[in-house]
Design a protein around this ligand. Structure first.
Ligand SMILES: C[S@@+](CC[C@H](N)C(=O)[O-])C[C@H]1O[C@@H](n2cnc3c(N)ncnc32)[C@H](O)[C@@H]1O
Length: 265
């Protein structure tokens, strides 16, 4: 993916390309049926989730910063780059890492033409086609690495954790944002829809890795019932959606528990 400018934080990466090509994603890309299948629905999901900015504020609070000024911030598994412009409002440099080429291309489109650089109007943003296991970033080059609902789902993400240890500089932090299936109305729907999901095993994994955790409460607030139904229909199996839609015919929002995991390097 073309950077659009020279970014000293990004080394020559053999996976970087200008050509979106579904069949040639870097090794280790984990299929995300929702965003890969319907980036537009994922946009609706993102627009509805945490409008109050609870997650963003927690990341800054834990980092001990009022904003990202002076920082190199990386989002691992950035998808269509929804969160990159917000980070670029104050960061020194923003890098989106995304292994699925069509999504990386959408992320690049999103940031193309954004004000960036020396006039101080916004951070330069680079999109790199790579997985969290091998980002191509320079060692100790990152102040904050953030993964939202991407790759770091528990057992199996050890290669990504090793890569974080390589790229985050001493004093920097890494954050993993994911569902908390043990709390909230959304959590109860999630656990009912995916009974094999073992939240306790995931928790044990992160404890063994020595990461800290914080429970956050956000909400998912849709502009319309149509948006609510569209996103739920792509999140859950049809039988689960039918139950929710029948029981709650006018609902357009839901309380949503999130786990924020983090570690300082
Ligand atoms: C559920 S989406 C979340 C996207 C984005 N973080 C957001 O919140 O809008 C998960 C993303 O992780 C990406 N992904 C898949 N395998 C990955 C890997 N090995 N390393 C990093 N990201 C990966 C997917 O392609 C997808 O874009």
């Amino acid at each position: 993916m073309s950077a659009g400018f020279d970014n000293p934080e990004v080394s020559d990466n053999p996976e970087v390309s200008d050509t979106p090509d579904d069949a040639s994603d870097p090794a280790g890309a984990v299929r995300s049926p929702n965003i890969w299948g319907s980036p537009q629905t994922y946009e609706t999901h993102n627009l509805a989730l945490d409008r109050a900015g609870v997650i963003d504020r927690a990341l800054l609070r834990i980092s001990g910063r009022p904003d990202w000024r002076g920082a190199t911030v990386v989002e691992l598994g950035c998808g269509t780059g929804f969160h990159l412009p917000r980070l670029a409002e104050t960061a020194r440099t923003v890098i989106g890492v995304e292994p699925h080429r069509p999504l990386a291309a959408l992320a690049q489109q999103r940031v193309d033409g954004m004000p960036s650089g020396p006039d101080g109007l916004g951070a330069p943003v680079t999109v790199v086609v790579a997985g969290a296991q091998a980002t191509g970033l320079f060692p100790a080059s990152v102040d904050a690495a953030i993964a939202r609902w991407a790759y770091f789902f528990g057992p199996g993400c050890e290669p990504g954790l090793a890569e974080l240890g390589r790229i985050v500089r001493p004093g920097g932090s890494a954050f993993v944002v994911d569902n908390d299936a043990t709390r909230s109305t959304f959590g109860s729907w999630f656990s009912a829809a995916w009974p094999d999901y073992d939240a306790a095993a995931v928790e044990r994994f992160w404890t063994r890795q020595g990461w800290a955790r914080e429970s956050l409460d956000v909400s998912w607030e849709f502009d319309s019932r149509a948006d609510f139904e569209a996103v739920l229909s792509w999140e859950f199996p049809p039988s689960m959606c039918q139950r929710i839609f029948t029981r709650e015919p006018t609902r357009t929002s839901v309380d949503y528990a999130v786990t924020l995991r983090w570690r300082r390097y």
